[in-house]
Design a protein around this ligand. Structure first.
Ligand code: GLY
Length: 407
């Protein structure tokens, strides 16, 4: 898709990029003219930055446009890499995609830690899925049977066995499932590491907001470059534009079927080791999760609300989260409440992301990751790099064609 010898520039971003990174496009591409970027990525969340890092490492010139990288859904996200315990009956393609991305996480993490020099707080101790009442346990038993038909590794535990894993669990916990293959990571650390590694790989961060895609134009040699218009009025040219703007993506590509799914989430701080693995629970039918970090922080999530871009933290949301989390782990009421926050999951009609060419020439989507942006970042980045460089995207990503709803 991308021919780096055929790029155009109309802005001084090119000159700034050269000054920062010492790239001489005329020499590299021998075009005899100043060039724009090979790729501009709109959105510096975990997905946009993963794409950016992997693309820059391939030697392409890449800019990410975001006024506050890592400040959207990623900032609020719990960071569960949990395709097994987040599986639902009707979403097998999403499960396959999640498992494929989970398998990429260990090497993604190792390279990212190595290149950034910082630890991600990645942990692979599995998820403990807890049932509080008899109905909840019956549901988990059915789920376990379904998961086994899919070849997933899940173990049925009694209440006593659950408490042996996690002594802080309520004595009333009835039983649970252990999904040993699930992992989790600290998304805020992932974003910091991605930013460092992206810039080390020669990438450019433009702390601005994109107001519109700038239409492709014919350079006279059959090539049509495109680009983006910034809030400052400047146009940044690029051969390819990747839209990774989460819930805001439809404002850039009208008709893209992405909507905000509000989630309220809490952060608590307690002694290290208060919980040692991810605990999910069904409390009288309503799902809750607690995700511990190495430093004693515990993320408690999350509401699921179809309220558009309603950014309010509500008393009811906080109450319900604490109520359900306390049923599972009574001791949490002793912990410090350090943060309440709202994020907007970019939901799609079938809960699968949109990854691939999105209508106009040179425009790719990498958005709509709903509940699983952190999990799906490695496979999304791999697929987008393949689309950009004419390689083969992983087969499992075929289910994410952005055009699938118009067929
Ligand atoms: N993946 C967890 C959530 O979206 O709440």
């Amino acid at each position: 898709m991308l021919d780096p010898r055929r790029v155009h520039a109309e802005t001084d971003h090119e000159a700034r990029h050269e000054a920062a990174h010492g790239t001489d496009y005329d020499a590299v591409y021998d075009t005899g003219r100043k060039a724009g970027y090979d790729v501009v990525i709109i959105g510096g969340g975990v997905v946009g930055l993963s794409v950016a890092w992997r693309t820059a490492r391939r030697g392409l010139s890449v800019a990410v446009v975001d006024p506050a990288p890592g400040g959207g859904a990623t900032h609020v996200s719990a960071g569960m890499l949990a395709p097994v315990s987040e599986v639902t009956y009707t979403e097998e393609p999403l499960l396959r995609l999640g498992l494929a991305s989970l398998a990429r996480w260990p090497s993604f993490r190792a390279e990212l830690e190595d290149e950034s020099g910082s630890a991600l707080d990645y942990r692979a101790d599995g998820t403990l899925d807890i049932a509080y009442g008899a109905d909840d346990m019956a549901y988990l038993d059915e789920l376990a049977a379904f998961e086994k038909t899919l070849g997933l590794r899940v173990e049925r535990l009694t209440g006593r066995e659950c408490r042996a894993f996690e002594p802080m669990l309520s004595p009333s916990v009835r039983g649970g499932l252990l999904a040993r293959d699930d992992a989790w990571v600290n998304p805020r650390r992932v974003v910091r590491a991605l930013l460092t590694s992206f810039e080390k790989a020669g990438g450019t961060l433009l702390p601005d907001r994109v107001t519109a895609l700038s239409a492709g134009r014919d350079g006279g040699d059959g090539d049509r470059s495109s680009g983006v218009r910034l809030a400052s009025g400047e146009v940044v040219r690029a051969t390819n534009v990747v839209v990774a703007a989460g819930s805001w993506s439809p404002s850039l590509v009208p008709g893209l079927p992405v909507r905000p799914v509000k989630g309220q989430i809490l952060r608590l701080r307690g002694p290290e080791g208060f919980l040692t693995r991810c605990v999910r629970g069904l409390v009288h039918g309503s799902p809750a999760y607690l995700v511990p970090r190495g430093d004693g922080e515990i993320t408690v999530g999350a509401t699921v609300e179809e309220l558009g871009f309603d950014g309010r933290v509500t008393a009811g949301g906080v109450y319900e989260l604490l109520r359900d989390a306390r049923e599972l782990v009574p001791g949490i009421t002793e912990l410090e409440l350090t943060e309440t926050a709202v994020g907007f999951r970019p939901g799609t009609p079938d809960n699968l992301p949109l990854i691939g060419p999105a209508g106009s020439h040179g425009v790719l989507a990498a958005t709509g990751h709903h509940r699983a942006g952190v999990l799906l970042a490695p496979i999304t980045a791999e697929a987008v790099v393949a689309f950009l460089t004419g390689g083969e995207a992983p087969d499992v990503v075929k289910s994410c064609d952005p055009g699938r709803f118009s067929h």
